[in-house]
Write a protein that binds this ligand. Sequence first.
Ligand SMILES: [Zn+2]
Ligand SMILES: [Zn+2]
Length: 213
Amino acid sequence: MVQIQTFTFNPLQENTYVLYDETREAVIIDPGCYDQSEKEVLTAFIAQNDLKPVKLLNTHAHIDHVLGNAFVKRKYGVELYLHESDLPVLKSNKILAPHYGIMAFEETEVDHFLIPGQSITFGNSELEIRFVPGHAPGHVAFVGHADRFVIGGDVLFRGSVGRTDFPLSDFDTLVRSIRTQLYTLPDDYTVYPGHMGTTTIGQEKRTNPFVRL
Ligand SMILES: [Zn+2]
Ligand SMILES: [Zn+2]
């Protein structure tokens, strides 16, 4: 069974997730840890729970989701997975960082491209990769079917959807992604978004003011 630990990091209040199972193998998704105290919160949790991080995953490459990539790669020797279409987003962070007040942005190389339809494995667990562009051109969601959850990044929020006022965003594409890739999941799947609290597929299908089924 997959356990999901949530941290909220950096001035943009981004949700970082650590997923692990009974084998103690773990994946770290969207590490937004920026300052020393946030890095210590993440590493203390991993040490206290005797976890072994085996992969570093990004739902997309907006700066608030990748701030801790370099630190996590170095600390745990893990390889980074991102969808190829988000490489331009990743590359733009160095220039954008000062606009967010981030003076010490450290770039990282991608080791593997995420392929929609394929799976990411760790321990006894498996995550399906779903392609959900719109907020970012190479945005993916990670679906844990056995435990009925979605790590959704900035696509679908409780009562909201991801912003599409970024240079490579597109609202119609976002709506199509939500309808075809997320609302096709069972209603009881829990959504763990990139910001704010959790919701379920069914609740958003019924009540989301932007995209309803
Ligand atoms: Zn984003
Ligand atoms: Zn975000």
